[in-house]
Design a protein. Sequence first.
Length: 166
Amino acid sequence: MSRYQLAQVNVGIIRGPMDSPVMAEFAASLDRINALADGFPGFVWRLQTEEGDATSIRPFENVNLLINMSVWRDVASLNEYVYSSAHVELMRRRREWFERMQEAYLALWWIPAGHRPTIAEATAKLELLRAKGPTVDAFTFRNAFPPPDAARTERTIDFGDECPAT
């Protein structure tokens, strides 16, 4: 068993305030989707406030930019949740609620088991991915890397080019 866990951050520019009509269905889905994540095999932790989600956390200059962070046992667990659970329903409708981003909006990286990433750490990983592309320090599902303590024979993890949410 690895001594590392997978951290992820994703950001998105919302099309309106969380309490606006354009965001109503997304906001109404959060409790259900977060509960699904919390009970999903491989889930470890997620960023949240006392309200149970992270939609009120606005660490960026652009106040319409939401952040989502979580920690998972491994890439396969997170991939299964994102693309094979009810979460994919929201992914398919994301353009209704989020602006299209031209730069990377999701970054994955390995952390020591038990560590909880900070927003500053997550932001730095996203910026690193944007600057250098996928590396062992910040990567994507398409170009995922095994944990640092994996056998040297393990190669990058490839989930293919097709996003099942499109």
